[in-house]
Design a protein around this ligand. Structure first.
Ligand SMILES: Nc1ncnc2c1ncn2[C@@H]1O[C@H](COP(=O)(O)OP(=O)(O)OP(=O)(O)O)[C@@H](O)[C@H]1O
Ligand SMILES: [Mg+2]
Length: 462
C-alpha cells in the first residue's frame, strides 16, 4: 500500500457524536418552540379565564347587592360593609367597594387598599398596579332597586399568582426536557452505532481490498441503503478479484507466448553467428527467425488491438455500412487462402444491401479471425451464410473439421485460450469484443455434422 493510500483510508470517527448532536439539537429546538408557544398561550388563557371569573362573581354580587339594597337602604348605610365582607369571603378572593365619590367603603385588601381612602377610578383598566403589585381587575357598578348607580365593586386577582402557576408549569416542562434529553442521548447513541458499525465494517473491507485481499464478503442485514452499499461493495470486490486474476493470467500468458518464439529466434541467431549453421541450414535458420519475428509482431499487434478495443472508447468509427460489402471483402481475402489449401469455399449471401451501423474495418478483422480458424480446422469445406431476419441479420460460419471439445466451448472466446492446433488464442477474443461493441452477439457450437459453427447476430441500422 502506498503511503497516501493509508492516508485515504484512515479512520476519522466522530459520526456518532455528530448524529447524536443533530438528533439532540432537533429535539431541543422543537421543545423550545413548543414550550414557548404553550407558555404564551397558557398565560393568555389564564388571564382571560381569571377575568371571566371576576366578571361572573362581580355580576352575582352586584345582583345580590341590588336585591339587598331594597331592604337595607343605599350604599354606605349600616350593614353594607358586613354584606360585602361576608359575601366576599364566600365568593371573591379580593375586592374593594367604592361609593359614588370613589371612596373605599369596604375592602379585604386592608394592607394595600385600606378603607376610607379615595381611589381614582376614572382610568379603569383590566390590568392595574396597586402599591407596586400587579392585578387583574374587574369593575361592576352597584345599582339600587330603582336602577340608580350607587357605587362600584372592584374585584381583583393577583397577577403574581398566575405567574407563579405558569412558572411551576414551566418547571415541569423543563424537567421533562431533561428526561427526554437523557432518552434522546440513549436512543441517539443506539441509532448512531447502528449506522457507524456497518460503516466501519465497510471501511475494514475496503482496506482489505486495497491490500489485494479479495477473500470474504460483507454481510449487512440493515434493510436499507447500507445493505445496498454492502452488496455493491461485494460486487465491486468480485469484479476486482476477477480483474486481478485476469491480470496475473494475462502476464503469465503473454510472457510465456512471447518467450517461445524469442527463444527460437535467439537460438538460431546464435547458431548462425557461431557458424553452427551453414549453407542450407543457415538459410532455414534465417527463415525461422523471420517467421517467428512475424508471429511475434502479429501477437503484439493482436494484444494491442484487443486492449484498445476493450478500453479506448473512440477506437471505433461507426457509420452506415452494408454488411454484405464487409462479408464480400473478407471473402475475397480468405477464398484464395482456403482454395490454396485445397478447401471448398462456399458463400451464400442475399441480394441487395443490408445496412447496419458499424465499423467496417473492425468487422472485417472479426470475420477474418473466425474464418482463418475455420480454414485451419476444416477437413474440406468452409461455409459462410448471411440470413436476414426481422430487424436483425444472422451470419453463420461453419467448417467440417473436428469441432470443439465440449469442455472448451465455454472458453473459446477467452483471451489466450488455445486448443491443440491453436496459435496465440487471441483471434476469437478480438472477434467477440468487436461484435459485442456493435451491440451484437457471437456464439460457438458444434454443427450436426460435427464441425465448428459460429453464429453472429447483429442489429440493423434504424
Ligand atoms: N473452427 C474451429 N474448429 C475447432 N476449434 C477451433 C475453431 N476455432 C477456434 N478453435 C479453438 O479455439 C481456440 C481459440 O481460437 P482463437 O482464434 O481465439 O485462437 P487461435 O486461433 O489459437 O490463435 P489466433 O487466432 O490468436 O492466432 C483455438 O486454439 C482452437 O482450439
Ligand atoms: Mg484464431
Amino acid at each position: 500500500m502506498k503511503p497516501q493510500d493509508k492516508n485515504v483510508l484512515k479512520s476519522r470517527g466522530g459520526l456518532t457524536a455528530k448524529l447524536i448532536f443533530t438528533y439532540f439539537l432537533i429535539l431541543a429546538v422543537s421543545f423550545f418552540i413548543l414550550t414557548g408557544s404553550f407558555y404564551f398561550l397558557l398565560r393568555v388563557s389564564l388571564f382571560r379565564e381569571t377575568l371571566e371569573q371576576l366578571k361572573k362573581q362581580g355580576e352575582i354580587l352586584s345582583r345580590a347587592y341590588t336585591v339587598m339594597e331594597e331592604r337595607r337602604g343605599p350604599l354606605g348605610s349600616f350593614g353594607e360593609k358586613e354584606f360585602f365582607k361576608l359575601a366576599g369571603r364566600m365568593v371573591v378572593p379580593k375586592f374593594f367597594v367604592l361609593d359614588q365619590n370613589d371612596r373605599v367603603i369596604a375592602s379585604n385588601l386592608d394592607k394595600i387598599i385600606p378603607e376610607g381612602i379615595k381611589m381614582n377610578e376614572k382610568a379603569l383598566k383590566n390590568r392595574r398596579t396597586i402599591s407596586g403589585k400587579n392585578f387583574i381587575a374587574y369593575n361592576v357598578p352597584l345599582k339600587g332597586a330603582s336602577g340608580e348607580e350607587q357605587g362600584t365593586l372592584v374585584l381583583v386577582s393577583d397577577i403574581g399568582d398566575i405567574k407563579a402557576y405558569n412558572r411551576s408549569i414551566l418547571r415541569i416542562l423543563l424537567y421533562s426536557l431533561v428526561i427526554s434529553g437523557i432518552f434522546t442521548l440513549a436512543i441517539g447513541f443506539l441509532m448512531a452505532s447502528g449506522i457507524t458499525k456497518p460503516l466501519r465494517k465497510l471501511q475494514n473491507h475496503a482496506k482489505k481490498v486495497a491490500g489485494h485481499i479479495f477473500e470474504g464478503s460483507i454481510n449487512l442485514k440493515t434493510g436499507d441503503e447500507l445493505e445496498d452499499l454492502a452488496e455493491s461493495f461485494n460486487y465491486m470486490t468480485e469484479r476486482l478479484k476477477e480483474y486481478d486474476e485476469f491480470q496475473k493470467e494475462f502476464f503469465q500468458n503473454v510472457s510465456h507466448d512471447l518467450k517461445t518464439p524469442l527463444m527460437s529466434i535467439k537460438a538460431y541467431a546464435e547458431g548462425i553467428k557461431d557458424g553452427v549453421f551453414e549453407g542450407k541450414e543457415r538459410e532455414e535458420g534465417i527463415d525461422v527467425i523471420i517467421k517467428e519475428a512475424g508471429r511475434l509482431k502479429n501477437m503484439v499487434d493482436d494484444i494491442l488491438l484487443l486492449s484498445k478495443l476493450e478500453s479506448v472508447k473512440d477506437a471505433y468509427n461507426f457509420a452506415d455500412i452494408d454488411i454484405l460489402d464487409v462479408v464480400r471483402e473478407v471473402w475475397e481475402k480468405v477464398e484464395v487462402i482456403g482454395k490454396n489449401q485445397g478447401k471448398k469455399m462456399q458463400l451464400g449471401i442475399p441480394q441487395g444491401r443490408i445496412m447496419i451501423k458499424g465499423d467496417g474495418e473492425k468487422l472485417v478483422n472479426a470475420l477474418l479471425n473466425i474464418l482463418s480458424n475455420c480454414i485451419r480446422h476444416a477437413d474440406s469445406t468452409v461455409m459462410l451464410k448471411v440470413l436476414q431476419e426481422a430487424g436483425r441479420i444472422k451470419i453463420l460460419i461453419r467448417d467440417d473439421g473436428e469441432g470443439f471439445k465440449q469442455e472448451d466451448l465455454k472458453r473459446v472466446f477467452r483471451r489466450f485460450f488455445k486448443g491443440e492446433k491453436g496459435d496465440s488464442g487471441l483471434g476469437l477474443a478480438i472477434a467477440k469484443a468487436v461484435i459485442e461493441r456493435h451491440g451484437g452477439s457471437i456464439s460457438a457450437a458444434n454443427s450436426r455434422s460435427g464441425g465448428a459453427e459460429f453464429q453472429i447476430i447483429l442489429g440493423l441500422a434504424e
